[in-house]
Design a protein around this ligand. Structure first.
Ligand code: MN
Ligand code: MN
Length: 476
């Protein structure tokens, strides 16, 4: 007699990046062990009739428990951040372990592990942020960390204290290429932003809306193209984070048409918000400030098309939580602070999936399989977490979201679980909502009820990123 199932989820429609099929899902020891038209009795039964059963979301870009910067605190730690993610149907997150110049990478990683331990309620992996590519980092620390499962790292082409020179980017790309890591780039031109911001401030144009004027599309277009060219020269794959601009999309499409291994994500703020949201009266516009900034109202259609055509492969939140009120939030320097002193970043761990499903799937732009690819399967593959994460298959972790594709919800911050005092999507109507989330077979969110437990989340060492594997396979 075979061992009984721990859990059977019956009557739902199972959606993966490849298929949509009516099937029951059997779970044992936190793993999917059966997909079948019908399954024997289990210890726990869930009726999923009328619901989609999708892989738990993988949010490959978010910021949690980072040190305060310019007096502004990161509002979410690993507890509130992961719980908010789980309530929004996301079971795996990839926050950043950020190196300050002068810090040893291994110490940075240890510090972020300490922040996550005992607090994370969902599973997590880390990207590194490299700001100080010393010979020690390049020759020793980075290859060793790649071997230990930190296989992706972000570089900045802008921000004081972060931005790297082209020669530094090339050196890092070379190490990544040799050691099997994937370089992610924040692509904006540092000197252009400094030049424009300084001029705007001199002219007295300091309100939040001028943030967008200080970082026009050309700034992102140039840096995107430069990152692509540097990766081509170093013969390394490249991932462009938080692509906002139609003109950057042109560069990515150009690179991919040439057969270059260039991959990219966008975020809900670029699909749903616009620069004119920063025109709201008073200080309200600060709620919509992030970098790159949301663009004009015509821009999102270009991004939607890029999601349809696989110019973009991933949708991440870039959850960057600053509170609005209070001395450690966006108002830290007062309501008349110039835009150059206002904290950047928008919260979005919990709203990423409902927004994308509502406009993407129910809006007729792509099917639920593509939704799963963009929000779970592709990020898991690109960052080396697949097939443990990002799909529903025998042997995968039983990270599942039960989705009511017809439920209509008005997003309001009072219903969200992050530690931020606003959402930029306040009052927005969406159709489709995660009614139940399971992490490794255990229900952690059940239609308004939070059952997630701090400390239940596990660290995930990443394997070799799919773009690196593909490149190696193609080499003669
Ligand atoms: Mn960034
Ligand atoms: Mn970010």
């Amino acid at each position: 007699m075979s061992v009984p199932l721990d859990l059977a989820i019956r009557g739902g429609t199972v959606v993966t990046a490849a298929d949509m099929v009516r099937a029951d899902v059997g779970v044992r020891d936190g793993k999917v062990v059966a997909l079948a038209a019908s399954l024997p009795d289990a210890r726990e039964e869930i009726d999923a009739s009328g619901l989609l059963v999708m892989p738990g979301g993988v949010d490959a870009h978010c910021h949690l428990a980072q040190p305060s910067y310019g007096g502004v605190s990161c509002a979410d730690d690993f507890e509130s951040g992961t719980i908010s993610a789980l309530c929004g149907g996301t079971t795996t997150i990839m926050p950043f372990a950020t190196q300050a110049r002068g810090e040893r990478l291994r110490d940075v990683v240890d510090a972020y592990h300490a922040r996550a331990r005992g607090k994370a309620a969902g599973d997590y992996a880390f990207h590194l942020i490299l700001t100080d590519p010393t010979p020690q980092v390049l020759g020793q620390d980075l290859p060793a960390l790649i071997a230990d499962g930190y296989t992706s790292f972000k570089l900045f082409l802008t921000y004081d204290g972060f931005h790297l020179q082209d020669n530094e980017v090339l050196n890092i790309l070379e190490v990544a290429q040799e050691a099997g890591g994937l370089v992610m780039v924040h692509a904006e031109n540092h000197d252009c932003i400094a030049f424009l911001a300084e001029r705007l401030v001199r002219q007295g144009k300091t309100a939040p809306r001028y943030h967008a004027d200080s970082r026009p599309q050309a700034v992102e277009r140039e840096a995107s193209h430069r990152a692509i060219a540097l990766a081509e020269v170093a013969a390394a794959p490249l991932f462009l984070v938080h692509v906002s601009a139609g003109e950057a999309i042109e560069q990515i499409a150009w690179a991919r048409a040439r057969g270059l291994p260039v991959f990219a994500e966008t975020c809900p703020q670029y699909l749903f918000l616009a620069a004119e949201d920063m025109n709201r009266p008073g200080f309200e516009g600060a709620k919509f400030m992030c970098s790159p900034p949301p663009r004009d109202r015509a821009n999102p259609e270009i991004l939607w098309r890029a999601l349809q055509n696989d110019i973009l492969q991933v949708v991440s939140s870039d959850h960057s939580p600053s509170r609005f009120e209070g001395p450690d939030g966006k108002k830290a320097h007062g309501e008349h602070a110039p835009f150059t002193e206002i904290a950047n970043g928008i919260p979005g761990l919990e709203t990423r999936l409902p927004l994308l499903f509502s406009e993407g799937v129910n809006g007729g732009r792509f099917d639920a399989c593509r939704f799963v690819a963009l929000t779970a399967t592709n990020p898991a593959r690109i960052y080396g977490l697949y097939p443990q994460k990002g799909t529903i298959a025998v042997g995968s972790d039983a990270d599942l979201v039960l989705w009511d594709a017809q439920r209509e919800v008005t997003i309001t911050n009072a219903d969200l679980h992050h530690n931020v005092d606003y959402t930029p999507y306040e009052g927005r109507r969406v159709t489709g909502w995660p009614v139940r989330t399971l992490l490794r077979g255990r229900t952690v969110w059940n239609d308004g009820q939070v059952l997630a437990e701090p400390g239940e989340g596990r660290f995930l060492p990443c394997g070799t990123p799919a773009p690196v594997l593909a490149q190696r396979a193609a080499r003669p």
